[in-house]
Design a protein around this ligand. Structure first.
Ligand code: PMP
Length: 435
């Protein structure tokens, strides 16, 4: 009851954070928002003022979904235990995930975050191949653990980052707007993929061997990039020929967000050896899932137990299955396709109208707007301005890219036509301010 009315003294709360939290915990926006309630794709601050959540992909089926509340409450009343005991929720969740996957993927590992799932993916790749070397696109992000940071150029390559490990090779991200090979080159997919050849050679030369390739299927922190069709299939062929396995990090792209596709790897027409899921699969409950083949799982099954205390808990399995079921029942993948199409059309209109919009790209509700200066260089300051002004208008969006000049629109899949109209209309006004 006491917490019904929230302190409005944001400065005091910030002081508390400064006193008790690490300084590298970041806050979004020059004037950060305090959010105390959510409903579908709407958020409410300490005064009850509404905001449109056009950014957070974790509440995939919407904030505070009643069906998630109901299964969580129901399960917590009964039991919440671990995978050392039998419970039908475990296999029901696995069955539901696997029903969305290609047939060769048959084994699920349940963990607590995307980072943990990627960390486990590294262990599986090593166990299966006997090699250590990994190849990954530049500017990628796979998580906050030691191993995951080592394959995340977005972290290890920062000025005070840990630097590049000798078992990691970077390849240029397949960005056909700003990269080495552009959209006017019909062979750009193959040319980007060919950059993997010297990376493989370098790993061999260093005696690391090729354990695998890992990529966000559509690089997100790299700038909401949709690699040209044919890119991943060409890369996967090269990696497999070198003895490695192929890992698709679908943390941001999976589960229907792309509208047309349930997973990003379907667009690239590839069959990954490992798929990593996270964020949206728990709709806010911490979860990560790794899905792989029987053969790879067998290589990892070396007599040493794999156990995660909370991974695959009864509660997690109930929630995860419910999220996937809600996506189906509420037609959210189709909604992502429709509203994503509407947003894309609006963004293209803004691109034609405003000189600072260099590119709009994306698929479904995974969208990016690249802001540029008159000379075509990355407009980092304009991007920060626009993001903060959108917040003033109570629309929450983000920014991404190596130069942080790409607006990122990635709402819960429940977003509606009128919300999309509002995003475009307000963005249009704010871009006018930048002219
Ligand atoms: N992979 C990708 C593509 C991500 O975006 C993230 C989180 N931003 C992670 C992995 C790590 O997930 P988590 O924060 O749940 O550990």
């Amino acid at each position: 009851e006491k917490l019904r009315y929230f302190p409005t003294d944001k400065a005091g709360i910030r002081q508390g954070r400064d006193a008790h939290f690490g300084g590298n915990l970041s806050l979004t926006y020059d004037d950060p928002v305090m959010l105390v309630r959510g409903w579908r794709h709407h958020l409410f601050d300490e005064w009850g003022r509404p905001y449109l959540d056009a950014y957070n992909n974790v509440p995939h089926v919407g904030h505070a979904h009643p069906r998630i509340q109901a299964v969580a409450a129901d399960q917590l009343k009964q039991i919440n235990s671990n995978t050392r005991y039998l419970h039908p929720a475990q296999t029901a969740f696995a069955d539901k995930i696997l029903s969305k996957m290609p047939d060769h993927l048959q084994v699920c590992f349940f963990v607590n975050s995307g980072s943990e799932a990627n960390e486990l993916a590294l262990r599986l790749a090593r166990a299966h191949t006997g090699a250590k070397g990994m190849i990954t696109p530049d500017h990628g992000y796979h998580g906050n653990t030691t191993g995951a940071v080592d394959i995340s150029a977005y972290k290890f390559n920062k000025p005070n980052g840990v630097g590049q490990a000798d078992w990691v090779e970077l390849v240029e991200v397949a960005d056909d707007y700003r990269g080495t090979f552009r959209r006017d080159d019909p062979d750009r997919a193959q040319k980007f993929a060919d950059l993997v050849d010297p990376a493989i050679a370098s790993l061999h030369q260093k005696g690391q061997g090729v354990a695998g390739f890992i990529a966000e299927t559509f690089p997100s922190v790299g700038g909401q990039i949709i690699p040209p069709r044919g890119y991943l299939s060409a890369v996967y062929a090269k990696i497999r020929a070198a003895g490695g396995i192929c890992i698709a990090d679908e943390v941001q792209t999976g589960l229907g967000r792309l509208g047309e596709y349930y997973f990003g790897f379907e667009h690239q027409e590839v069959r990954p050896d490992i798929v990593v899921l996270g964020k949206p699969i728990g709709n806010g409950h911490p979860m990560g899932v790794l899905v792989t083949t029987k053969e790879i799982a067998e290589s990892f099954d070396n007599g040493i137990e794999f156990f995660s205390t909370f991974g695959g808990s009864t509660l997690s399995c109930r929630i995860g299955r419910e999220v996937l079921q809600i996506v189906d029942d509420e037609g959210l993948q189709e909604n992502a396709r429709l509203i994503g199409g509407q947003l894309m059309a609006g963004l293209r209109m803004l691109e034609a109208k405003h000189g600072c919009v260099g590119d709009v790209r994306g698929m479904g509700l995974f969208l990016g707007v690249e802001l540029i200066r008159p000379d075509g260089a990355e407009a980092t300051e304009i991007c920060a301005y626009v993001k903060n002004r959108m917040r003033d208008h109570r629309i929450l969006i983000g920014s991404e890219g190596p130069k942080d000049n790409i607006l990122k629109i990635r709402p819960p899949l429940t977003i509606e036509a009128e919300d999309a109209e509002m995003i475009i209309a307000v963005l249009d006004q704010i871009l006018d301010e930048c002219a």
